[in-house]
Each structure stands twice: as C-alpha cells, then as structure tokens.
Design a protein. Structure first.
Lengths: 492, 307
C-alpha cells in the first residue's frame, strides 16, 4: 500500500470555494435615497438639518443618507415618548398593547426578505445569516413578548409591576434589526414608550422597522427611532426625562453611560463586550466541536459580543483539533455578502477592519503563530480572512482583549481546574462553551464558568425565551425570557 | 494491509453528537448551485452513478438493457458521460460483463449473502469468489450487523479481511465496497465505529446501505462516514472511497452530496474512483435537469427511458 508520510498529507479545497455566483436580488428591497427621523408616528426632517451617508461595506457604495439627530431632535423625540406614555400607552389595557406587538411581529415576517436584503447591504453580514437568523429571530422576539403583555401578574406573582416610563435604547451595528427587537419588544410589552437609536453604520433596518410601526398604526410617539452617532446617543443618555437606558455596545461606552447616569434615578441595563472561552475536552465529539468553534468565532465575521474568541483544547486532542480547524477554514467562502453561498461577509466598517488588522499585527508581534485561510478576498470593500492563532499565551493581548472580528486565539490545557481558571481569567463574562460527551463534566463546568450563558456541545444558540446577559465587564441586566421583563418594570 | 500496531481498539467509545452532525449536514443543503457549477455538478454526478438492479425478478434481458442504458444515457444529449458501474447480483455478472465489453464501465456485484448477510463465512467467501471469477470488478459486501451490534468487532473485522482476500490481490483484484447498512446500526456512533472497522480491515469503499432497509443513505450518515474517511486518511495516508446508496433519487440531492464531499474531503475525491452514488432512478432525474438547463423547459418523464 502506498502511504505517504503523515505530515505531508493535505486535503485540497480550492474548488469548494469556486461556486458560480448566486446573488440574492437587491431589487427585492426598496431603499429610499433619504431617511428622516421617526418621531411621534411621522418621519420628520431633523432640526439639526444634517444628514450623513450609510454605505455598503462590501462595495463602499453609498446606500442612502439618514438624518443626524442633535439634542433638540432628541428632546423632541423624548417629549413625544413622554406624551404617548402618559396619555395613551400606560392607560391602554395590556391585551390591546399585545395586539400591536403581534401585528409588528407578523409584519416583520411578511417583509422578511426585504429586511434580510437590507440588513446584508447595510451591515455586510452574509444573506444566509440575515435570512436564516437575524430576521426570523427578531420576529420571534416580538411574538414572544407580545404573549407576556397581559400576563405580567404571572411573571411577578403577588407583586405589582409597573412600567418605568420612557426608555432610551441605544443599539449596536452587529445585529441591527435583532437588537432593535430585543429592546423594543419587552419595553412595549411592559407598557413603556421608546426612543431608539440604531448605530450610525447600520440605521436602515431600524428605519424600515419604523415604517412597519407606522403601518401597524401604533399610537404616535410610543416608538420613536432617531439616527445619529455618539453625540446623539449621549443626548439620549443625558436627557432628564428618560427613565431607563438600555444599551448594547462596547464596554468603553458602557462605562461612560454608567458615569453619566450616576446619581440620577435612571435605571440601566448594559450588554457589553465579551471574550468567550470555548473549551474542548478530549472526550468531546471533535468534528461537531470544531464546527461549533467555527460558528462561534466566524458567525457574523466575529462581530458578536458572545463570540467564542478564545479556544482551549485538551492537549491529547490539540493537534487533531487544530488540523481540523485549518481544514475547515479553507472551505469557508469569503466574499460578497449578498451571495447566498457566502459564509463570511464584509467587516462592518473601515474603522473596524483597521482594529482587527491591528490586533492581527499585535498577535504576530506577541509571538503567536498565525494561520489564515488561503482564500482571496475582494479588492473593494472591507474584508478579513478567517484567522487562527496558535501558540498563544494567556497574557497576550489577543487572548485578553475583545477583537470583534474573525480571529481565534487557541491554547491547550491539561486539567479541568487549569481550564476553569484560565477561562474565568478574563475581564469579561458574557458566554462560554463546553464540549464533552460526559454529562457530569458539563454540569461541573457550567456551574464554575463565570459567564452569563454557557453552551454545552453547541454555541451561539439564541431563543427569545432564554435570558442573555453578562458578568463583570460584560455588563448587567438580562434580556430575553421572563428575566427580560425585569429590566423594564418597577416593582411596587 | 494496515500494520497491526496501527489498528485501534474498536471497543473504545466514539463520540459523535447527533444534533451537531444533523445541523452540519443541513448546512450543505443551503449552498446555492447555479449555472456552470450546476452543469458540472450534474455531469459529475451522472458519471458517479452505480446503476443498480437488485431484484429477485432480474433477468439477463433486463441486465442487458441496463448495460445499454449505462453507455447511452440519453442520446438526444450528445457528449454525456457514462455511469461509473453497473451493480447486479453475482448470477448476472457474466451477462453484464459481456454487455459492457470494453466500454470502461465497471461491473459491481453484491455478494456475501446480500442483503441480510445471514450466511456462514465459507458461503460468503464462495459467493464472493464466484462473482470475481465471473469478472466482477467490484464487490459490494454486507457486514454481519448482528455480530456488530453484539459487540463482536473482531468477528466483523476478520470477516471483512477474509472477503477482501477473496477479492484477489491488492492490486488487480476486485475493489471491495463494505456495506454497513446504517439503517440497522441506528446511531451515528455505531456508523462511525463500523466505518473504522471496515477501513482498517481492508475496505476500498465504505457504503451506507443495501437499499433494502429504510432509512437508506442520509446526508448526516454520509457526513459521519466522510469524516471517518478523512481521519483515516490523515492517520494512514490511505484514501478510501465512499458510496451512499439508496434513497438518493433527485438531482438536487445529488448536488448537495457533492457539495458535502467537496467540503469534507476536497477535490481529490471528486471523481468516480473515490465517490459513487448507488441509485436506480437518479440518472433520469439528472438527465431531466440537464435537458432543462439546455432547453430552458422541463420535459416529461416519458422522454427518458426507464430500463
């Protein structure tokens, strides 16, 4: 039998990446040339008189211009929300509130294709993900919280849960529509009104959602959606008539918000960064673990706060796992996100790509060994090859800091105690993953992980019924599930 | 043969996660295969078919017809490839061999008391030798599922090794396909273990099913077997071929299998030396799709010969 030396064996995957283009039709989604602010049920021109462009990160082409809300616009939006809260929304019977939320949920489903296309064009994520994950999960969130609206007495038995008032909500660019749903749905179900600001690089699906909210005939002012960058967000946070801040984004901005609201009666929930540990034991189903690790770090180009960006592999299977990972990233298709076969789309912005590239350089300078897919990337737009780092030390910056890109830092471990210590040795604590066939080990590990979500033999699974949130610098408060209602009520 | 020191302990547990395998397998079906990729894929799938008839009512005439079809899939579409092989019972091997002449199409014969495998080893060896002496290029054997499920892994291993020996010399003898009958093994853990036993015992191909038991080939089962082939290749340097059989009757499903093959084992496996479809009705569906690609309209099933 002709056997080659093992270290020369290599599978070839060039053809796996060369499929004929299969683009989703861009014309199935309507994008207006200009979007105004959605305040009090109407699209209104900004008092700031300023607009800014939003681009497609895969082509760097301008998609539309959106209004930039200044503090006067924020004041107007908060005023509309306050008025709607006092006069309409808090008085409305809960089952009537629920009908509106159900209506929004159904309309999101009806226009799912349009939402998916716009999400992909504006944000750079693969159409497969926006179609199969973002949009359906967003609709599910509305459905789920619509169901809670008239059942709050069961969520808080023998207590009286009352709405907080006006919620200021600031959401990130990685899951624009989904985060809007996560924020708006529980707020409305519990009887609050909303001023929501999407991220400046991805405002379009939130504005599409505003169109739906208008069509759904939600009472004016119950949901206001205003666009802008950091200054607009600061104006919301600092507005005296806001009762509650819900923020998802960076730990840095989360700290600014905490400082800003200190000493005020404003409540807050913060869902911040992460540096999740994925742990593979030697008795794990290795091929499925590898697939979970791939989804954990390369889902949405790694722009996921709970991304499994640190991998710990038990030493007896370390070589095999690394080999499987290297083979697997060769088959990931990097390219135009609107193509249905694309696995890894465009990095959301030029600034983010620069951050990721900076960390890739740091990793190499720190002495870690880099391995990237051999794929080519488009000449235009912001793209990054899937990247693995081996020979990583716990003290390396690529193992400590959130990169928010398709970069995985791999380390090996010997004992359970060692990996528990290393996994918890992080400023963050949003999520973790454990891979083993042994049930008792799963329970031991999950109780010892200092992380809000611990997945066992899977990763990045979301459901509206399941709470999500962090430990330590990953923030506080929970979104999703019954727990998500807590964040929007005062118990009296 | 694989050196004895390299043969693993088959009684050790294997770890396959059912949910994970099925999720991964369904991911391949999300690939959108268009235009030239579709055309190339369909042509390749056609060329990978083991055109099969395994009925008690098979006759010499039916086998001859099938052999003609194998060489002339659809003469209205010039330039089509032939199928890879004809798959028949041992009693039909001589007829098939004569009908195929020097077309290059292989004759595969099931053997070893197919499909149940419920016969003593000497009968299975005789069955195999009979097919080989009649000219079979490939032998599709079944494993003893009863023994396997009882944990008699050495028995299964030895039996496969004995049949491999009956196939003739390592170079020049018949290639051995080992049918695991995954529908009777039920769990993915067992499929993986049976794959490993077959490969270490000398299989040239591992094959999912006889086609007589439901479920036959599925994508998750095939994925587990392809991953077993990949791990075996990295351990030993020896390439093993794969044959999903039974239940794959649509061109679209065949394309999904090819996507999976391409992304698990890569392009070296993307030919009929290393991958086959065991199917009887798949060819006509692919032909229908090819004609649709060329003419823009679907033709009725009656325009394609049923042999």
């Amino acid at each position: 039998m002709a056997t080659k030396k093992n270290n020369t064996l290599k599978l070839k995957f060039d053809s796996a990446r060369k499929l004929a283009p299969a683009p989703e039709s861009k014309s199935a989604a309507k994008i207006d040339p200009q979007y105004d602010l959605f305040i009090n049920g109407k699209f209104e021109k900004p008092l700031s008189k300023k607009y800014f462009a939003t681009i497609n990160p895969a082509t760097e082409e301008k998609l539309s211009v959106v209004a930039e809300a200044n503090s006067s616009d924020v004041n107007k939006a908060v005023g509309a929300a306050r008025n709607a809260y006092e006069k309409v929304w808090k008085k409305m019977p809960a089952r009537e509130r629920a009908k509106y939320i159900y209506r929004i949920a159904r309309m999101v489903q009806e226009r799912a294709r349009e939402f998916a296309i716009i999400e992909t064009l504006d944000g750079g994520k693969p159409i497969r993900e926006s179609r199969d994950f973002d949009v359906p999960t967003a609709a599910n969130h509305f459905f789920y919280y619509a169901g809670w609206a008239d059942k709050l007495e069961y969520a808080f038995p023998n207590r009286n849960a009352v709405p907080m008032g006006v919620a200021g909500q600031i959401i990130p660019w990685n899951f624009p529509l989904l985060m809007a749903a996560w924020k708006i749905a529980p707020a409305l179900a519990t009887g609050n009104t909303v001023v929501l600001k999407p991220a400046e690089t991805t405002p379009l699906t939130a504005l599409k959602l505003a169109e739906i909210i208008q069509e759904a005939d939600l009472p004016p002012g119950v949901v206001n959606i205003i666009t802008g960058a950091g200054a607009t967000g600061a104006a919301i946070v600092n507005h005296p008539d806001i009762n509650k801040i819900a923020f998802t984004g960076s730990t840095e901005v989360g700290k600014i918000i905490q400082r800003a609201i200190a000493g005020t009666p404003k409540k807050a929930t913060l869902e911040l960064g992460g540096k999740a540990a994925n742990i593979i034991f030697d008795d794990a189903p290795l091929d499925q673990a590898v697939e979970g690790v791939i989804n954990g770090i390369f889902f949405n180009q790694g722009h996921v706060c709970c991304a499994g960006s640190r991998l710990y592999v038990q030493e007896s299977v370390y070589k095999e796992v690394v080999r499987k990972l290297k083979d697997r990233i060769e088959t990931l298709i990097v390219g135009d996100p609107i193509d249905k076969n694309t696995d890894i789309g465009a990095i959301n912005s030029k600034a983010q790509l620069e951050t990721i590239n900076k960390y890739i350089r740091i990793g190499q300078q720190e002495g870690a060994e880099m391995h990237q897919s051999s794929c080519s990337v488009p000449g235009k737009g912001f793209f990054c090859r899937p990247t693995l780092f081996t020979n990583v030390a716990q003290s390396n910056r690529i193992a400590q800091e959130e990169i928010f890109g398709p970069v995985l830092a791999i380390q090996s471990f010997r004992t359970d105690d060692e990996v528990i210590e290393k996994a918890n040795n992080s400023a963050y604590g949003l999520s973790a993953g454990v891979w083993t066939d042994k049930g008792s080990k799963i329970f031991n590990m999950t109780t010892k992980m200092r992380a809000g979500v611990v997945w066992a033999n899977t990763f990045n699974k979301f459901d509206p019924t399941s709470p999500f949130g962090g430990y330590k610098e990953s923030g506080y408060g929970r979104e999703g599930g019954v727990h998500g209602l807590n964040a929007y009520v005062n118990i009296v | 043969m694989i050196a004895t020191r390299m043969i693993p302990d088959f009684s050790a547990p294997v770890h396959i996660d059912q949910v994970g395998v099925e999720e991964r397998a369904s991911r391949f079906t999300k690939r959108s295969i268009k235009n030239e990729s579709k055309l190339n894929g369909l042509m390749l799938a056609l060329n990978m078919i083991d055109l099969t008839t395994l009925e008690g009512k098979d006759t010499d005439g039916k086998v001859k017809q099938l052999c003609y079809k194998a060489q002339h899939l659809h003469d209205a579409y010039p330039g089509l490839p032939t199928v890879a092989a004809i798959c028949v019972y041992p009693s039909m091997v001589k007829t098939a061999k004569a009908a195929l002449g020097n077309s290059g199409i292989k004759v595969a014969s099931v053997a070893t008391a197919f499909p149940s495998g419920q016969a003593p080893r000497d009968v299975k060896i005789r069955d195999t030798k009979y097919a080989v002496q009649n000219g079979a290029d490939e032998i599709d054997m079944v494993i003893s599922r009863g023994k396997f499920l009882q944990g008699e892994y050495n028995f299964v291993f030895d039996e496969i090794a004995a049949i491999k020996e009956a196939c003739g010399p390592a170079n020049g003898g018949a290639r051995l396909k080992v049918i695991l009958e995954t529908g009777e093994l039920v769990t993915y853990d067992k499929v993986r273990k049976a794959s490993d036993i077959a490969m270490y015992a000398g299989a040239d191909f591992i094959k999912t099913s006889t086609g007589k038991i439901s479920p036959a080939a599925t994508m998750p089962v095939t994925l587990v077997m392809l991953e077993a082939i990949r791990d075996f290749y990295y351990k030993t340097g020896k390439k093993i071929a794969m044959k999903p059989a039974g239940g794959i009757s649509k061109a679209k499903a065949a394309l999904h299998y090819l996507v999976m093959l391409n992304e698990v084992l890569g392009e070296e496996w993307m030919n009929n030396e290393w991958f086959r479809f065991g199917a009887s009705s798949l060819a006509n569906d692919i032909l229908m799709q090819l004609m649709k690609q060329r003419t823009g309209v679907y033709q009725a099933a009656n325009y394609f010969s049923i042999d």
